[in-house]
Write a protein that binds this ligand. Sequence first.
Ligand code: ADP
Ligand code: MG
Length: 487
Amino acid sequence: MSEEKSNLIKGNTGDWEVVIGLEIHAQVSSNSKLFSGAATQFGAEPNSQVSLVDAAMPGMLPVINQYCVEQAVKTGLGLGAKINRVSVFDRKNYFYPDLPQGYQISQFKQPIVGEGEVIVDLADGTSVIVGIERLHLEQDAGKSIHDLHPKQSLVDLNRSGIALMEIVSRPDLRSSEQAGAYMRKVRTIVRYLGTCDGNMEQGSMRADVNVSVRKPGDELGTRCEMKNINSIRFIQQSIEYEARRQIEVIENGGVIEQQTRLFDSKNGETRPMRSKEEAHDYRYFPDPDLLPLALDEAWIDDLKAKLPELPDDKKARYISDFGLSPYDASVLVSERERADFFEAVASGRDAKLSANWVTGSLFAALKKEGVSIHDSKVSASDLGELIDLISDQTISGRIAKDVFELMFESGRPPREIVEEQGLTQVTDTGAIESEIDKIIAANPDKVEQVKEKPRMMGWFVGQVMQATGGKANPQVVNEILQKKLGH
Ligand code: ADP
Ligand code: MG
């Protein structure tokens, strides 16, 4: 690991350290809800996916959805966390118009998943380990809609009862950049596992962001919590604003009050919502309608055995088996689709060369066009074929760049483009030699110079390439030039 860069913030009274902990709400990928059979499809007609249980009709009983439990356990395993054999569902009591039960079923004292750990790679090549305190299962509430009717608020219960996993981190993050990288890493892990789609713009993942500041070495400061932030950029902005605000308050002689605050993305500020005194007393108690959840060890082991290869393991394999740099390996494993694409290209080929093409030309082109790898017009097999054409010397590396551009625009296979445009590399020694002879004859002054300055050879190479439209095999060109002009 290289030397860690400082995350300290300069204030008037010296350096300050920011301390951040995230509570991530991740919607479980499941076709039905946590305690009912109602559907969970995003964007459905309001109140079209609501069972009697979700609407909290009198006498309705919740029935646990085993698939959601399985998803939570898989996520716990993916976070390197302890799976609790027994967990308990509690009622968290509060009133809200979009919460018809008058309580949310959650897990309080005995969550399904205990302590774990996530390795977070940072842009400068260092990494931090973030502790996971717990993961618990809970129901989502409905949604109040305030802007569809001039005088009334409307309630959509489609979300009511959807399974959420709340993933609580330890206060181990020290900068907005680290918090963003942690969020991305958790998203990568749940996407690999298929336990949450990670689509933040659809609300599938959101975070409560806890921030405090302290002088390095001091005890933890009092935190403020920004609720329900649904983009990584906003998470980072809220941390930066909030840390500066807290430093200013303390440096001006004030104290930080523990508060829940709202992040206003329009002007990038946080505003108080409620203070500790106004905090809810949820009166948690075990839900009498649900038995404790007891998991079978063999069932957990079976899920563990069936986990897919996770990003950290994949990265380690790319470094050890393929000789990739840690950076390239990180970039490739950051999305499962990227990794699958790379492996399809690299299969039976030089892995480093394949990684260069995927992370270099392909990713640059996709980024420029704002296209995901899923929608890439260049398929893995076509990119592989392009690499083959370079390896068997059909085309030069330089020409390959042009061919790639055309592939990316048209989606056509490389061989077709090379043939149609006559780009095949000239390896015919006679043809190259006759070009070289012409250049030597036309430039007696340069021939004199190259005797003194061997570096001038590059000029001749350039001339040959120009004369052959870049198609001359550079190795053959060099050999003949050395023979004719070298010492
Ligand atoms: P609550 O459920 O009331 O929000 P928790 O104890 O579960 O409280 O903590 C919530 C989150 O706050 C955790 O992610 C934790 O890491 C973070 N946290 C706790 N103390 C601090 C602190 N002093 N500064 C920043 N974050 C903190
Ligand atoms: Mg909280």
